[in-house]
Write a protein that binds this ligand. Structure first.
Ligand code: SAH
Length: 343
């Protein structure tokens, strides 16, 4: 089925032209759709017969809220949405001092198999369509009443494994007639699909690329991230260097601190060596414990020592504040719980 909300304005213009509509109609429809209307009936400045034709040809199919959990501590809201085919994905709204940020999913499930991540436990079910990513931003804004200014592609799925749809999503969400969210307010996180990082570099987008590194060596990375066998860390870091050369955008690395696995002083020093000459920012994330996994978060002391070594070596490192700890807010945990309950 074709979805109007996955189309760019010029594409929508040609559809409406085929329906013998005047040129200005496309923009009206585009604007309504990207405001988050749930039906064509709400498009009050459109003739009734056009609304009927569009409803018949291009159903809107908005997602339904299955679960909504609000953190009593920090106002984080986690949504579990049911998509029109019955699959579920999660979106998290976080309140930061610089603006409201949504963390969206790009796939139903994930094929990447990282040992610490709940999203990948049931494998990849399917990739999301562009409108399904737009809808997560839109309906989070509509339901919560909070204006969204920032987006991170760090929910369920591997964004670069759904490359074309994610690129289209970025174009749509950035468009002045839509949500108009600045590229500089968007972060895209990848586990390290090297050829796709090169492809992304060619587009020279102003977004922030986050790379899930999580280890200073292949020896360690191989044990927690299967993707490292396809694209070993040296190739990944080389791709990061090329990305920086092409875009001039500093790369942000994610590093989940796992007790006894990647959190030693030796690991921090090796990491410094390997990042030499690459402008980077390290995001240290205390591991969120996933029930099915034996991996445990590093003690606070080890995290702070790790951070100190990086900082002293000239790599800025922040310890990510954990938000929504009381509401299963990390990567795929809510969907996982729900799927298990309904089995
Ligand atoms: N597939 C993409 C984006 C989704 S995950 C990627 O791999 O980057 C967003 C971030 O959360 C990634 O850095 C991921 O490795 C990390 N993550 C996943 N599970 C986690 C957990 N249990 N604790 C801490 N970070 C986790």
């Amino acid at each position: 089925m074709k979805h109007l909300k996955s189309m760019t304005l010029p594409e929508m213009q040609s559809i409406l032209k085929e329906l013998n509509q005047p040129a200005f109609r496309a923009k009206q429809v585009y604007t309504w759709l990207h405001k988050g209307v749930r039906s064509y009936e709400e498009m009050t400045n459109l003739p009734k017969n056009l609304r009927d034709v569009l409803a018949e040809k291009f159903p809107i199919c908005p997602p339904e809220v299955v679960r909504k959990q609000e953190s009593a501590r920090d106002g984080t809201i986690k949504y579990l949405w049911r998509l029109s085919d019955g699959n579920c994905v999660e979106t998290v709204l976080m309140r930061y001092h610089y603006g409201n940020t949504v963390c969206i999913s790009t796939e139903v499930g994930c094929a990447m198999g990282c040992a610490f991540c709940a999203s990948t436990l049931g494998g990849l079910v399917r990739r999301l369509e562009p409108y399904e990513m737009v809808d997560q931003v839109l309906f989070t804004q509509v339901d919560s009443g909070q204006p969204i200014s920032h987006i991170v592609l760090m929910g369920i799925g591997e964004p670069l494994d759904n490359f074309d749809n994610v690129m289209r999503f970025l174009e749509l969400i950035n468009s002045p007639d839509g949500m108009n969210i600045s590229m500089r307010h968007i972060s895209l996180s990848t586990c390290g699909l090297v050829p796709k990082i090169d492809e992304l570099a060619k587009r020279k987008l102003q977004l922030t690329l986050s790379v899930s590194l999580h280890a200073p060596s292949d020896q360690i990375r191989n044990t927690i991230m299967p993707v490292n066998k396809a694209y070993p860390s040296e190739e990944l870091l080389e791709a990061c260097r090329r990305y920086y050369a092409a875009t001039n955008r500093r790369i942000s690395f994610e590093y989940a601190m796992i007790d006894g696995v990647n959190d030693t002083e030796e690991a921090a020093r090796l990491l410094l060596k390997r990042l030499k000459g690459l402008p980077a920012h390290m995001n240290l994330i205390p591991l969120n414990h996933v029930e099915e996994s034996p991996l445990k978060p590093s003690p606070r002391k080890a995290v702070l020592r790790f951070q100190q070594i990086l900082e002293e070596g000239g790599v800025p490192a922040t310890v990510r504040r954990t938000l929504g700890g009381d509401i299963d807010a990390s990567c795929g945990q809510l969907r996982r719980k729900y799927t298990k309950e309904s089995d």
